[in-house]
Design a protein around this ligand. Structure first.
Ligand code: NAD
Length: 363
């Protein structure tokens, strides 16, 4: 009963619970929308405290993917999957479990296409590929596009350039001070781009190892993680975990704009007003961090993965970010609302196209 209430509230299409006693598999696949195309979204492998936590997370994430794909101009819907369990515990993430999970994904016949996410790796996607073709982000040797992080960083860079042009009149990040919080896969690649742009860079990370690697490779200043958001700078770039922008951090922000890769940067809806009061420009997370999915989507093109074409598409994040900033300004709404409007508008417009009878081979 409760599941249907949740599905109705945000118009979810399908939720599938997958169980296998032999391997211990417990997974939930959520398809939020296939209006624009197959529902693409990663598989998160996580030790959720309760089943309800897992269900809530997969539903929230699947809906987020619908908006991300729609705003990015992709012919993809939104979906997500979670496998319940600790991927690092001995004997949990076995080959048999992953291949069983893959068979469940395959049974959806392409309505849901999976990819890497927290707790799963490219090697896991390669294992899943042995059982189903409905998986992306597999190794290059299998015809895939590999780790999406580099494309994500490249997209964030172009989101920053759009914000720079909007705020300062040109796309240059030269001499702009950028604080990158989280220098893991995406953050590290972003720092490399920013070095090429001749930006002034400050970094932080809770991992001494990650911080040491970036400090060894590049000329960057460092700051304590808890103080990063308050550093006086041009752009603050959250590239770690979600909820970087909250009731506690927003009043202390020292930047003119926030542009980062982290998912779910706003702790709650009230943050939109707090950002407006503070006068900080927020580039919506799912708009600027779509480089990974744009790159992965290229794997599904009939011609197969083509890096140059994929990266040309990732560069379009500049235009999408510009559209969002301009819509927010001209309509007097927040950038977050402008991004949602863009995504919902595209879904509605293309739905109209599909209602058109062609009489030929249109379906
Ligand atoms: P990652 O795990 O490689 O890197 C995250 C880094 O953040 C780690 O080095 C970690 O030590 C650090 N960190 C954790 N908590 C921190 C804190 N409180 N302060 C500072 N640093 C902290 O992950 P990633 O793949 O680089 O992804 C970064 C973010 O971008 C995540 O939110 C992810 O969901 C999002 N994202 C990633 C991709 C992608 O292609 N990898 C795509 C879209 C969105």
């Amino acid at each position: 009963m409760r599941v249907f209430e949740l599905l109705q509230a945000d118009s979810y299409e399908q939720v599938v619970h997958c169980h296998d006693s032999a391997t211990g598999l417990r997974a939930i696949v959520a398809v939020h929308s296939t209006r624009l195309g197959p529902a693409l979204g990663g598989t998160r492998f996580f030790p959720y405290p309760t089943e309800d936590d897992a269900l809530e997370d997969v539903l929230r994430l699947a809906k987020g993917m619908t908006y991300k794909a729609a705003a990015a101009g992709l012919d993809l819907g939104g979906g997500k999957a979670v496998i319940l369990g600790d991927p690092n515990a001995p004997g949990v993430k076995t080959e048999a479990l992953l291949r069983t999970y893959a068979r469940f994904v395959g049974s959806l016949g392409g309505r849901y296409i999976t990819a890497e996410d927290v707790g799963t790796t490219q090697a896991d996607m390669d294992t899943i590929r042995k059982e189903t073709r409905w998986v992306t982000g597999v190794s290059r040797s299998l015809g895939g596009s590999g780790d999406p992080s580099a494309a994500t960083a490249y997209g964030v860079l172009h989101g920053m350039k759009a914000v720079a042009r909007s705020l300062w009149g040109n796309t240059s990040l030269g001499d702009r001070h950028v604080v990158v919080s989280g220098v893991g896969k995406v953050g590290y690649a972003l720092v490399r781009h920013l070095v090429e742009e001749r930006a002034r860079i400050t970094v932080t990370d809770v991992s001494a190892e990650a911080l040491a690697r970036v400090a060894k490779d590049f000329d960057v200043a460092t700051v304590e993680p808890a103080a990063a958001h308050a550093v006086g700078c041009d752009i603050y770039s959250p590239c770690a975990m979600g909820k970087a922008l909250s009731e506690a951090t927003i009043p202390e922000l020292g930047c003119a704009a926030v542009v980062g890769s982290a998912n779910n940067q706003l702790a709650d809806a009230s943050c939109v007003d707090l950002l407006a009061t503070k006068g900080v420009v927020y580039a919506p997370d799912y708009v600027v961090n779509a480089g990974g999915i744009i790159n992965i989507a290229e794997e599904l093109s009939p011609a197969g993965y083509h890096r140059e074409r994929a990266y040309a598409n990732v560069r379009r994040i500049f235009d999408t970010t510009t559209t969002v900033l301009e819509t927010a300004s001209s309509s007097g709404i927040s950038t977050a609302a402008a991004a949602d409007r863009l995504a919902e508008g595209r879904i509605a417009a293309l739905n109209q196209v599909r209602l058109l009878r062609t009489g030929g081979d249109g379906s």
